[in-house]
Design a protein. Sequence first.
Length: 238
Amino acid sequence: ALAMAEIHARDMAELALHSLPTTSEVVRSLCLFRGFSLAFVSGLALKGMRFISILGEVLLEEGAKNFTLYVLEMGRCAVEVGAKGKVAELAPGACFGERTLLGCSAANATVRIATPFAVTFRINARMVREVLDKNPSEQARYDELRSNPPEGLVKGSQLRNVDLFRLCSEPFLAAIMEATRHRTYLPGQSIVVEGDIEQDVRMFVCSGGQIVAERGGEQVASLPSGATFGELAFLGRA
């Protein structure tokens, strides 16, 4: 039964892979590489790889130095520290392993898959070196990043790819990201219903899968991953 559950989870993840943002969008959304050239970012996007992991799988072990950055694209992960056990949970958009990628320190926590499956995009130090070899002008900037590594949890600013927020400042995006909530919907489940008056007005960003928009019971559009809706209501114009 456990083996069948794992097979089913992997099958679902394989289907979900086709609806994820492009790897270029993922790398561009990372605060860690903000300011690097387009050639450097594009090179990392081509080198990086996506992986499917199953419930309970350990991605990063406390104390390990695996020189890899992880971007959580789908699913959730538990963060565990020594005898304390679980101390936090990571949602899509979170990054971890940035300090091990930079070679600054070992991992200060264990990160374990907490949902039936998860998808991560990974960049390791070898990939970075190969991209730097082709973009030597970025070496000084990367050395500066290693000398002054980020502290705490680094998030990918996925909202940077949303037109409404494209010109907003990093502090503003960080504050919005803190307030966002990730929800999973089953096939056929309604997200919003035509004609309903929402007391809690929200804007939606599709981070995976595909959404159908209907009007009067008829399908009028199909929204892929990365699409947004609810902006006018969010801005108080509808």
